[in-house]
Design a protein around this ligand. Structure first.
Ligand code: FAD
Length: 474
């Protein structure tokens, strides 16, 4: 079949992975087509993920902070929330970023096509009307390419049998729409996305209940980091049920009637809205990748090598679609590697770690080896931990519940991992990531002069604790 047009490189999907790959490849001289089914560039992260959630979390955190100021002698009135204005603020932030991307694409002469893309062969892609997901034969446009990068991302997982036609049952995209502030919100899933959205709605005034199948919130994360969060959420949320699950949801006039099983959850309860946040699954099955002979596993993931190549030499894959962790900064890094390899450079994905952050209150951030993983895998380590109760800066912010710890190799003293819980943990972890990437050891962290009084000092103090040079209170 003859193509309507030809490009050196086609990038399928304009999320953080896709637009980064497209821009980098164009900068390296390739003629690039970027295909996106939605009108705006930016993917999940900019439109319905990282950015809108952080815009709302910022508001929620300020509300929570002002309400806690009475103990400092300052009492604020109960906040009045203009939800339309808050929604507009969030939309404005998204608009600035997605508009910026469109401008950057133009500047670089990256051609953008809006439509749903599917492979026809290993050198041909069909682009059809975004609405028309079935019936690949009715393509509006056929594009041939020398190389392609698949960056189609992921979507929220659905549990079968729930009433998805009831708009009160939401996924994260629905929750970010901020249709109203429900009196009672149930969040199914105590992972990062569920807890972040729970913090947003609790800050805005909803009575939030979380139900989590595992025995603790944030499964996989070290318990000493989760504990301060759990303690705070117990105050901010109406209920937290762990070791429990939802067995059914029914739409009723009064709300969504939910049945539970396990833990301390009641047999049933009724909520104004329910957010389902039990994970995300890759979009690998919707691309007719088999027509390009690209292997997609049962779950929809596409396996790649360290240069982001799939089993087909000239087709790359990046981002959520290639595996965990499903994070924007992983997608962009992989996007750069794929673009550079496509342009003939010898690039590899060889990052030592991909940091994780929960932007809850308090934030939790970790990188490199965790104690949970070390124990599971029998890796020997030692640690230095510094409780924020001894940090002058943390105390002056009335946030002594934080903790900073570094894990290191007992023989070489090299940094293996770090974990932080407390306000701004997400910003603070970056120093530890750099330390790991540069092969730093404890002494490097302990002898580096950090500004006083800052939360960044806690990393320095944690290393000093391990070195035995700490002087207790700062
Ligand atoms: P995506 O962003 O999913 O983009 C894929 C794009 O491909 C989409 O625009 C989609 O429309 C398009 N597409 C798919 N199939 C086709 C097709 N066949 N034809 C045309 N176009 C197609 N990560 C962080 O690092 N930090 C955070 O704080 C954070 N917060 C999050 C909060 C929420 C609520 C959610 C849901 C996610 C969050 N994430 C966060 C995860 C982050 O959004 C993803 O890891 C990131 O967006 C993945 O980028 P990607 O390029 O792989 O795919």
């Amino acid at each position: 079949q003859a193509a309507d047009e030809h490009h050196d490189l086609v990038v399928l999907g304009a999320g953080p992975g896709g637009y980064t790959a497209a821009f980098r490849a164009a900068d390296l001289g390739l003629k690039v087509l970027l295909i996106e089914r939605y009108p705006d560039l930016g993917g999940v992260c900019l439109n319905v993920g990282c950015i809108p959630s952080k815009a709302l979390l910022h508001t929620a955190a300020i509300i929570q902070e002002t309400q806690g100021m009475s103990a400092h002698g300052v009492t604020f009135a109960k906040p009045e929330i203009d939800i339309d204005k808050l929604r507009s603020f969030k939309e404005e932030v998204i608009g600035k970023l997605t508009g910026g991307l469109a401008g950057l694409a133009k500047q670089r002469k990256v051609t953008v096509a809006h439509g749903f893309a599917r492979f026809r062969s290993s050198h041909l892609i069909a682009i059809s009307n975004p609405e028309q997901q079935e019936g690949a034969d009715q393509a509006d446009r056929l594009v041939s390419f020398d190389q392609a990068i698949i960056a189609a991302g992921s979507k929220s997982i659905r549990i079968p049998g729930f009433p998805y036609d009831d708009e009160r049952l939401m996924d994260s995209t629905g929750a970010l729409e901020l249709a109203d502030i429900p009196k009672r919100l149930l969040v199914i899933g105590g992972g990062i996305i569920g807890l972040e959205m729970g913090c947003v709605y609790a800050g805005l005034g909803s009575a939030v209940t979380v139900v989590e199948l595992s025995e603790g919130l944030m499964p996989g994360c070290d318990r000493d980091l989760v504990r301060p969060l759990e303690k705070r959420l117990k105050k901010d949320f109406e209920n937290i049920f762990t070791g429990a699950k939802v067995t059914g949801i029914e739409s009723t006039k009064k709300g969504l009637s939910v049945t539970f099983e396990g833990g301390k959850a009641p047999a049933s309860d009724t909520f104004d809205r329910v957010l389902l946040a039990v994970g995300r699954s890759p979009n690998g099955h919707a691309l007719d990748a088999d027509k390009a002979e690209v292997l997609v596993d049962e779950r929809g993931f596409i396996a790649v090598d360290s240069q982001q190549r799939t089993n087909v030499q000239h087709i790359f894959a990046i981002g959520d679609l290639v595996g965990q962790p499903m994070l924007a900064h992983k997608a962009t890094h992989e996007g750069k590697v794929a673009a550079e390899v496509a342009a003939g450079q010898k690039s590899y994905f060889d990052a030592k770690t991909i940091p994780s952050v929960a932007y809850t209150d308090p934030e939790i951030a970790w990188m490199g080896l965790t104690e949970t993983a070390a124990k599971d895998q029998g890796i020997s380590y030692e640690k230095g931990a510094f409780p924020w109760a001894a940090s002058g800066r943390a105390l002056s912010m009335a946030r002594s519940d934080g903790l900073t710890k570094v894990l290191y190799d007992p023989q070489t003293k090299r940094i293996l991992g770090a974990g932080i819980v407390g306000p701004n943990a997400g910003e603070l972890i970056a120093e530890a990531v750099l330390a790991l990437e540069m092969g730093a050891d404890l002494e490097d962290l302990a002898l580096t002069i950090h500004p006083h009084p800052t939360l960044s000092e806690t990393l320095n103090f944690a290393a000093e604790v391990a070195e035995g040079t700490v002087t207790d209170i700062y």
